[in-house]
Write a protein that binds this ligand. Structure first.
Ligand code: HEC
Ligand code: HEC
Ligand code: HEC
Length: 344
């Protein structure tokens, strides 16, 4: 055996021993320490494949820098809360829906499966502890002020005074508005384009926090900015953040539309191909109060309209249908994932 090979073998043995130790330590040496590999095989491999290579809309977990990142915050939130919408992995764009696991699994289980995917295949990253998962589960533990300091103050400044490029949040009537819906949607989805605050025009890009901050975190930071400094507006609840869901869905839908539908139906739903591809703006099927006809058409296709069943998840079809039914003057109303799964 060559020396290199022997060295590699010894390293692998040490790594295996170390990861066994981590699993034990993380679960307080309980007799039934959760087996991350078994959880992966039972719950994750159907999409990500047993060898972690993914396929189709499912990104690889092997050789994926997001999975092995030293900062595990986003990774933990992804598996706890799920995520959907375009994601770039190794230069390739995926756009599916990853389910949420927080209600099915204990923090010990999630730590075990994360530890597994960080150390399986060619991955070689440190273990995740159940304490880290538990902390991410109850994000309100981080106060709104702490979130603001960590995530927002670089642009909006510590006292919310803003700069010439970033709008102030202190003394900003949009922030203290009686109905916080629009402000919540800005934090969830981000925004860009001209924005006038107290007579000054800003024209920058507010990042989207969806997927990076939980609903509870967004409620906490929104409550903070509405009551900090000289602002005196009432707090925002987690339910209000969750209720801004349709606009979250609509942002996902917009990106699906741009990548999957606009080539035929036009970026503004105006149709194309000299009448081959119908306009969706003002279309009667799209605007019908009952969304079933449109859902069935998107799922099954018709002549040159592709069938999207199997290519887009039910959540994605709901998102793109919701987007199309609200865009360009359409007034069809939102479509839920349940609406989509109910259509055969
Ligand atoms: C129904 C299919 C499905 C199952 C089951 C599933 N995933 Fe996913 N997963 C996805 C999709 C799709 C994405 C990409 C989501 C997107 O496009 O935003 C994803 C993304 C991820 C990511 C983020 C990768 C990155 O680069 O940020 C991680 C980590 C992950 N999954 C881990 C898991 C684990 C662990 C399990 C099992 C507990 C699991 N997944 C089960 C479909 C699935
Ligand atoms: C990278 C810089 C940056 C970061 C970080 C950032 N913002 Fe912003 N934010 C902006 C910009 C730029 C705008 C104005 C966008 C525009 O011109 O359309 C904005 C706009 C806003 C608005 C809308 C204000 C209004 O008058 O309607 C709110 C609310 C807001 N940000 C809150 C936050 C919160 C909360 C965080 C942290 C979770 C945060 N921002 C992090 C750059 C940032
Ligand atoms: C390859 C071109 C193509 C793509 C891509 C495409 N469509 Fe279509 N679509 C068509 C054609 C052609 C029709 C007309 C089908 C017929 O009735 O003969 C159609 C019809 C429709 C209709 C029905 C309009 C009506 O009232 O007749 C809807 C709704 C629709 N498409 C939505 C979508 C959505 C949403 C997407 C993206 C997920 C999409 N399409 C992607 C070609 C396309």
């Amino acid at each position: 055996m060559s020396r290199q090979l022997t060295a590699a073998l010894v390293c692998a043995l040490i790594a295996a021993a170390a990861s066994t130790l981590h699993v034990r330590a993380g679960s307080a040496a309980s007799a039934a320490a959760p087996d991350g590999k078994a959880i992966f095989a039972a719950k994750c491999a159907a999409c990500h494949q047993a060898n972690g290579t993914g396929g189709g809309p499912y990104p690889p977990l092997a050789g994926n820098g997001d999975v092995t990142a030293s900062d595990t915050a986003t990774l933990i939130l992804t598996v706890l809360n799920g995520r959907s919408g375009p994601i770039q992995v190794n230069g390739k764009t995926f756009s599916g829906a990853m389910p949420a696991w927080k209600d099915q699994f204990s923090s010990d289980d999630i730590a075990a499966v994360l530890t597994y995917i960080r150390s399986a295949w060619t991955n070689k990253a440190a273990a995740v502890t159940s304490e880290q998962v538990a902390a991410a589960r109850n994000p309100i533990a981080l106060s709104g002020g702490q979130i603001f300091a960590a995530k927002c103050a670089t642009c909006h400044q510590a006292s919310g005074q803003g700069t010439s490029a970033y709008p102030p949040l202190n003394g900003n009537p949009h922030v203290s508005a009686t109905d916080p819906k629009e402000m919540i949607a800005t934090i969830v989805n981000g925004r860009s384009g001209a924005l006038v605050v107290n007579g000054t025009t800003y024209n920058g890009k507010m990042p989207t926090w969806k997927g990076q901050l939980s609903h509870a975190d967004i409620a906490a930071v929104a409550t903070y900015i509405r009551s900090a400094w000289t602002n005196k507006a009432p707090g925002v609840t987690e339910q209000q953040v969750a209720a801004s869901g349709p606009s979250v869905l609509s942002a996902v839908g917009a990106s699906i539309y741009a990548s999957k539908c606009a080539s035929c139906h036009g970026a503004a739903g105006q149709g194309g191909g000299h009448g081959t591809f119908p306009a969706l703006a003002g279309d009667s099927l799209v605007n019908s109060a009952d969304p079933n006809g449109m859902i069935a058409l998107v799922e099954h296709g018709r002549s040159m309209m592709p069938s999207w069943r199997g290519q887009l998840s039910a959540g994605d079809i709901a998102a793109v249908a919701t987007f199309v039914r609200a865009a360009w003057g359409n007034k069809g109303g939102p479509v839920s994932e349940q609406d989509v799964t109910a259509v055969k």
